[in-house]
Design a protein around this ligand. Structure first.
Ligand code: MN
Length: 349
């Protein structure tokens, strides 16, 4: 297996495991096309119509890259010295479909993912999808995905029908993830209907700003709701340098303590920042800013920082160069590139 390209020969041989790497399957593309063409005003539909609509129709490079789990993807990995993609079904996953369609397509996508990993066990690992629309069936599929398909964790694209995972109806999902010791990657989608208004202008609805606000809000809800006292071993992963949540921990601790003393919010066993360090890991994912990386390592500990590319939406070369040139020790670099991913996502060494 080629781990480094010739231009990277000066670098020590290092196993680079990228942890937020998107794929799709034709059946999901077809179902998504139906949803996009149906009437509806949600921000996700607007984003999908604008950003993906054209590419889904024209079979542009983006769609081909998402569908390709063989030559083109492996070539991109080889050319950039990437050992492994931790694959996940691309945004918005199955969460825009009705419950039955979503459940069926999650099962199908997980089966395809497992087949692909069996063909390339040294190059791919995978995060399973599930349909939150039907929490009990989701929990069943989560169990199958880990125990039978041997997948490495889960992905969920933030809210589902404008509801968040702290809602008691979704607890079977949190319970399953905790019991299976499988990390849930909380991937972005556009802000839910209740906060959509201000995000409709200036392209704020997508990865520029809205995705991070939506997903960061989801993470803070999980902390402040107290569900992490109910599921203390639950592991969650945030991309895009933690969606910025850890830059806010000081203030969240301060204001939450005040609200708690007034008895107007749930009583928590620990400070919000302590849950973030205990229950969350973050990935770099297209937030290639060395100052932000430095702060993240110092604030959360290097063991909580993982590497990702966001292939095919972001440049592999830029993601590799970002960590290769980061002013950090080689011990920290190895932790970010592969040791943390191996531990959190149960990837064989
Ligand atoms: Mn992504």
């Amino acid at each position: 297996m080629t781990l480094n390209n010739p231009s990277a020969c000066a670098q020590p041989l290092i196993r680079r495991i990228a942890t937020e790497e998107a794929f799709t399957i034709p059946e999901v593309v077809v179902a998504l096309r139906d949803v996009i063409q149906a009437p509806g005003q949600s921000l996700d539909l607007e984003v999908l119509r604008r950003v993906y609509g054209a590419s889904l129709d024209s079979r542009s490079g983006l769609l081909s890259a998402l569908l390709d789990l063989e030559d083109g993807r492996v070539r991109d990995m080889d050319e950039n010295g990437v050992a492994m993609h931790l694959l996940s079904l691309t945004y918005p996953g199955v969460q825009l479909f009705d419950a039955d369609t979503a459940t069926d397509l999650a099962i199908l996508a997980n089966d395809r993912l497992a087949e692909t990993i069996r063909r390339h066990p040294n190059r791919y690992a995978g995060l399973a999808s599930f349909a939150p629309q039907s929490p009990l069936r989701a929990a069943k599929e989560m169990e199958r995905a880990i125990n039978r398909l041997k997948l490495n964790g889960f992905i969920v694209n933030s809210h589902t029908n404008n509801e968040y995972l702290d809602n008691r109806k979704y607890w079977p999902i949190l319970e399953a993830a905790e019991a299976l010791e499988a990390c849930v990657y909380l991937h972005p989608r556009a802000p839910s209907d209740g906060m959509a208004g201000p995000f409709r202008d200036y392209g704020l609805d997508n990865a520029t700003w809205g995705f991070g606000i939506e997903t960061g809000t989801h993470a803070v809800r999980l902390i402040l709701s107290g569900v992490l006292d109910r599921f203390p071993k639950l592991k969650l992963c945030l991309g895009h340098m933690g969606e910025g949540v850890h830059f806010w921990l000081y203030r969240i601790d301060l204001m939450q303590a005040r609200a708690q003393s007034w008895g107007i919010v749930p009583k928590l066993q620990m400070k919000p920042s302590e849950y973030f360090v205990r229950n969350f890991v973050i990935t770099t994912c297209g937030q290639e800013d060395h100052l932000a990386l430095d702060y993240s390592i110092k604030k959360l500990g290097v063991a909580n920082v993982l590497w990702s590319i966001d292939y095919p939406f972001q440049s592999t070369a830029a993601a590799v160069s970002f960590v290769d040139t980061a002013p950090i020790s080689d011990v920290d670099r190895a932790a970010i590139y592969h040791i943390n991913a191996e531990r959190v996502f149960h990837i064989g060494t």
